[in-house]
Design a protein around this ligand. Sequence first.
Ligand code: CMC
Length: 423
Amino acid sequence: MSDAKILLGGNEYELPTITGSEGEVGIEIRSLRKVSGAVTLDEGYGNTGSCKSAITFIDGEQGILRYRGYPIEEVAEQCTFVEVCYLLIYGMLPSADELASFSESLTRHTLLHEDMKKFFEGYSPSAHPMAILSSMVASLSTYYPESTDANLDLNILRLLAKAKTIAAFSYKKSIGQPFIYPRNDLTYTQNFLHMMFANPAEPYEVPEVFDHALRLLLILHADHEQNCSTSTVRMVGSSEADLFASISAGINALSGPLHGGANQKVMEMLRRIRADGSNYKKYVEMAKDKDSDFRLMGFGHRVYKNFDPRARILKAAANRVLEELHLDDSLLDIARALEEVALQDEYFVERKLYPNVDFYSGFLYRAMGIPTDMFTVMFALGRLPGWIAHWKEMREDPKARIHRPRQIYIGEAARSIPPRDKR
Ligand code: CMC
């Protein structure tokens, strides 16, 4: 693609362009301020590329999502979550030996340092598990400082392995049960479910259907290029803050209701509709009303303008799992009805608002017995390899610079402090 030209104040400036491997075109504006004095303004970064990345490709118009070139549908069908972690972080699917060694290391690092258990005692019993997760992940750096490049890979393993133990322990703390330690004979997903649902009085045999559903959920959440939390991880990591500090910041960014926190809000919204006589049409009207701040949670996406491929897969999986378990879920009926009405409504059609990944994921979590306030933690566990992959990609880029955007100042012009009484 030839250079782009900008006309500004009667002057013409040429700017280089860059074309990505899928034909995406970007205009490099780095030199613009130097030559013209102007910066670009793009609030919310809807049209700004913040980096070059080889991890995940999304075409929002076509509903395409690929991890390292592999379509999400194939990855979801054929891979384990541990393979996806390896794929995202190291750029290729592991060989059998690599997978065996990676899985073994993950299993060996699942235990938390015993002293870390004391931290849980300090949290309020009503603490949100996302707040606990981010604090505990930040605390990992006090045990495992990143002193050399060699222990970087080790810290990646520790983080992937221990985050699920932290998540399960925070659940046990919230229900007042003793922590259940991981077992080395279990897989990554089985181990998490074991730590969540076993208790000293009752062993827990991980149902295969839950193991499969969890694998799918984690894989579908594993990466999504430059979203709010991943950009946060990159932003924090760009100052060369360590892995745990950067990921802890990403967890906090994910917690908001417009991002990962939406999965919890979807379930709360559906419960509210059910308590209100299941009058879902009223809520569609409220979502359209500009005088109301109500939004249909689990609808809309900054990038997907046709459909979210993850939502499609999850909707089918939720139907399958509930059928297999003979579970009747009245909230799922409301969700389906809401989707049907919204998809035909001019407001939603015009704005290209479709169910996103958060709309149906909660039904699978519910079926497994995972409580609503743990939903966003589940998203975080899935997103970990994506955050780590982006942090590592940036760390290894010799040209990476600290993130430091510009702004357009709209405050007061220079003025002097007026004379005041002596204090
Ligand atoms: N319900 C009703 N109206 C909506 C919704 C919604 N869920 N989402 C967007 N709109 C309207 C919005 O009011 C605006 O209308 P208008 O043009 O008349 O002002 C228009 O659609 C464009 O919305 P926007 O807020 O400018 O879009 P955005 O790209 O900034 O926001 C979003 C994307 C996901 C934050 C937004 O769609 C939303 O708030 N959805 C509900 C929360 C949600 O489900 N979040 C999870 C996102 S997917 C998981 C993840 O990656 O985090």
